[in-house]
Design a protein around this ligand. Structure first.
Ligand SMILES: *Cc1c(COP(=O)(O)O)cnc(C)c1O
Length: 392
């Protein structure tokens, strides 16, 4: 073991992910004074470009911190001391939101399912029947440490029909699959540039509905002059309004390029290469005799493949072997899924089918290095067969 690890060759993590070269170039552009009209104009244009990608009317709310604190800010701003919150937990991020919600709400009601399953919309409808006073519902669309997708559109419809507010964490799904704020009835839809969009991880993007803004304005505890405040930034998109504090200028330069990349390539194409890469990867993993973490392939994420750690080997050993022998980086699980699964990310520039064969080779090759008999060729063939069958 050398004391300073070698720089990896190929990062197939579940985020942060490798950024597109054009994003990196954009981030090296000049750092302008935030109150110079050039930057104010640029800032407004970028928030409008984000809204185009998110398919919302209002310019996107940008918070100058990564999405985890951004999500906490959404909880702090929206949830008032009178609100009953229904937290939907199918994984580590879903569970985690409940801890934030509990800090601000009147009462927390939770639906928790095993972390290799997804939330059944019928259970949400049932929760409203039992507790018609539920005011805010929170959902993680893709709970990344499990690599599983929740049916956000179906759940969103139920929440809206019951007059409650919905917070959707789409940090690791937006830009990698067909999910947008309006169609899942999200009142606060949260994403960021550092996962499927192939940017850097330092910003939060939010779409907030008018009814959510009204609820925030009416919340006596909604933070202001605070890092957790959404209110402070509500009007900051406009070139005629001040910033509450200095925005991250270089990150905004990168965000502009992220959105150009996504919109110029075309969302349908982007979603397709994510889905195809994941499908090829799953086929290859299964053909090597390994098991997927998700109980059904229908809920397996198109942006991240979670593989069960085979009995008798450690996740850390597999990850270290893939890294040392091939320079390929995978992600471990997190908290409750740590040790149980390994995650192969298909996000941003590596959501390209060829990387499915790279992942399968590195995963299988790592197991071989650890003394396992693994048919890597069968895995690569299976992945390739999915790619060759694609007519998209
Ligand atoms: C990455 C991610 C976040 C944000 O986490 P950061 O630590 O801010 O990068 C939030 N939710 C989900 C589901 C994520 O995958």
């Amino acid at each position: 073991m050398s004391s300073s690890p070698k720089e990896p060759l190929i990062t197939l993590s579940a985020g942060p992910v490798a950024a597109f070269p054009r994003v990196l170039r954009a981030m090296s552009a000049p750092v302008h004074y935030d109150y110079d009209p050039f930057f104010q104009n640029f800032y407004e244009a970028v928030t409008i470009k984000c809204a185009k990608a998110l398919r919302t009317k209002a310019p996107t709310l940008v918070l100058h911190m990564e999405p985890a604190p951004g999500i906490e800010a959404a909880a702090a701003s929206l949830i008032s001391p009178d609100d009953v919150v229904l937290n939907l937990a199918s994984g580590v991020y879903g569970k985690g939101f409940g801890y934030w919600a509990a800090r601000y709400n009147k009462e927390l009601v939770e639906i928790e399912v095993p972390y290799n399953e997804s939330i059944d919309p019928a259970s949400v409808a049932e929760a409203f029947r039992k507790r018609p006073d539920i005011k805010v519902v929170s959902l993680v669309h893709h709970d990344t440490p499990s690599g599983t997708i929740n049916p956000a559109k179906e759940i969103g419809k139920i929440v809206r029909d019951n007059g409650a507010f919905l917070i959707v964490d789409a940090v690791s799904s937006f830009g990698g699959m067909d999910i947008h704020p309006d169609e899942c009835f999200a009142d606060i839809f949260i994403t960021g540039p550092g996962k499927c969009l192939g940017g850097a991880p330092g910003l939060t993007l939010m779409a907030v509905t008018e009814r959510a803004w009204a609820h925030i304005e009416a919340n006596p505890k909604a933070p202001f002059a605070s890092v957790l405040s959404l209110k402070d930034w509500k009007k900051a998109w406009s070139k005629d309004e001040p910033f509450p504090f200095t925005p991250s200028v270089s990150e905004m330069n990168g965000l502009d390029a992220v959105m150009d990349q996504y919109l110029e390539e075309g969302p349908q194409k982007v979603w397709h290469r994510h889905a195809l890469t994941a499908k090829a990867c799953r086929a290859g993993i299964k053909a090597m005799g390994l098991e997927l973490w998700a109980t059904t392939e229908a809920i397996a994420s198109p942006t991240c493949t979670a593989v069960k750690v085979p009995a008798g080997v450690g996740d850390a050993d597999i990850i270290a072997a893939a890294r040392e022998r091939f320079g390929v980086v995978f992600s471990t699980g997190r908290n409750d899924t740590k040790g149980k699964l390994i995650r192969i990310g298909h996000m941003g520039p590596v959501a390209e089918p060829i990387y499915a064969t790279v992942a399968v080779t590195a995963f299988g090759g790592a197991l071989r290095k650890l003394g396992r008999k693994v048919d890597v060729a069968a895995g690569v063939e299976a992945a390739l067969a999915v790619i060759e069958a694609d007519r998209g």
